[in-house]
Design a protein around this ligand. Structure first.
Ligand code: NCD
Ligand code: ZN
Length: 435
């Protein structure tokens, strides 16, 4: 068989169903009665065709914690979630602060072949915030690192951050900041507010995030550099990003599905599956984040997929590691929080999950328009499906989803990477690795 024929898809959920013929990694024909006889066929039956999703914030845990996720299992989770590109954060062990690690991540991702795994390089050596890592070498390596972040840690020293922005500017790469003033979050495990106070949990104030967002916007302005804000979690961050954009500062921001859907009322049970960094905030913050995503103040959705072992989650709240699974539930939560309430249409979903993240990191073969001649990185979504999350059925090795037993709308039914089907009907399918 040569090529792939997706029959009867609604492109961006618009117009009448059409057939899409893909071969040699590209979209070759779009129309009806294409006369293709020799191709693998996907019957879309009116499902929605979108560009493959791009995740700017994924933790794959390889190297170092392969007991919780590997590049292979994380790639499977990504493909099942509709992703064709993910950015693997640098807080591995060893840290991705050298070209040895970033090249390994890139090569292993290509070997698995389910999704393009782009390595994120550390901003500072060992994520320690003291000395800049060799960003130039990583950018020039096989992994061609285009995004740098100490995520998990904040680049808290303003002088180091300023130098990082200047250096990134000269290299044409992006700095993504985990905005958390560490002096305000010592020992903090939950959003600082009435709920944490009542439950006796040490509070992580909004100002810890917002003060860094404000500072970094100003540093980016002066360095004439771009800065990206990881996992925006507060209404105040939304206001600051809006202000910075109004000043012409090159700032972009992401929001996670869990910050769009959940709030700190979930802490009641002391179940550490709800512990995440930044913490789940209040319902009013979630509302502000949804509005900001709809209005384009927040540019994109990023999962912050953060797998953790059972022993690191099923323990006392304060001792548990922060982080939640996200890759396989992201689209459904975006549909639940944004599409269902009328805040985004499907073209909007394509923007925030594919086009905008690809643009932020300057990818030219992901997040492209669904047109003839474009790379065939595609996601097919059944908007009428409903499904119930079962951690044990997810492809991730870890089980730390806060959405266990919740029922959501919409399901990714197929994902296509450069013309090759990588996920179909709930199974990851690779020519190079069967997962
Ligand atoms: C992330 C992790 O586990 O690596 N945890 C989290 O709570 N988000 C780190 C991070 O994204 O800050
Ligand atoms: Zn982070």
């Amino acid at each position: 068989m040569s090529g792939l024929l997706i029959k009867g898809a609604l492109i961006y959920g618009e117009g009448e169903p059409v057939d899409v013929f893909v071969t040699d990694g590209e979209i070759r024909q779009i129309g009806t009665d294409l006369g293709i006889v020799d191709a693998e066929i996907i019957e879309a039956n009116g499902q929605i065709l979108l560009p493959g999703f791009v995740d700017l914030h994924t933790h794959l845990r390889e190297p170092g914690r392969e007991d919780t996720e590997t590049i292979e299992t994380g790639s499977a989770a990504a493909a099942l979630g509709g992703y064709t590109a993910v950015f693997a954060m640098a807080n591995t062990n060893p840290v991705a602060d050298s070209v040895v690690v970033t090249d390994h991540v890139w090569r292993r991702g290509q070997e698995v072949g389910l999704v393009d795994v782009f390595p994120v390089g550390a901003v500072t050596v060992g994520l320690e915030g003291k000395q800049l890592a060799e960003m130039g070498t990583m950018a020039a390596g096989a992994g061609a690192v285009r995004m740098f972040s100490d995520d998990g840690h904040c680049v808290y020293d303003p002088l180091i951050m300023r130098r990082a922005l200047e250096y990134a500017n000269s290299l044409g790469v992006l700095i993504a900041q985990h905005a958390e003033e560490p002096r305000l979050t010592k020992g903090a495990v939950a959003h600082e507010g009435p709920n944490a106070a009542r439950l006796g949990l040490a509070g992580w104030p909004r100002a810890a995030e917002e003060s860094i967002v404000a500072r970094d916007a100003l540093l980016a302005r002066d360095a004439n550099a771009r800065v990206h804000i990881c996992h925006a979690s507060t209404a105040g961050t939304v206001e600051l990003v809006k202000w910075a954009k109004s000043q012409g500062i090159s700032i972009t921001a992401e929001v996670t599905p869990h910050h769009l859907l959940l709030d700190d009322s979930r802490l009641e049970t002391y179940d550490a599956v709800n512990k995440v960094n930044p913490p789940l905030r209040e319902a009013s913050d979630a509302q502000a984040l949804r509005r900001a995503l709809a209005e384009g103040v927040i540019d994109c959705v990023a999962t912050d997929h953060a797998p953790h072992a059972e022993q690191d989650k099923c323990c006392e709240f304060s001792a548990a590691r922060p982080g939640m699974l996200g890759l396989e539930t992201a689209l459904s939560i975006v549909v639940e929080t944004m599409v269902r309430p009328g805040l985004l249409d499907w073209r909007g979903v394509a923007k925030v999950m594919s086009e905008n993240p690809a643009r932020i990191v300057g990818l030219d073969d992901h997040g492209r328009p669904l047109e003839v001649g474009e790379p065939a990185n595609l996601t097919l979504v059944d908007p009428d499906a409903t499904w119930t999350v079962r951690a044990t059925e997810l492809a991730s090795i870890s089980n730390n989803t806060p959405f266990e037993a919740m029922t959501f709308p919409a399901k990714v039914t197929a994902t296509v990477l450069r013309g090759r089907v990588t996920a179909r009907e709930g199974r990851a399918v690779g020519t190079r690795a069967e997962v």
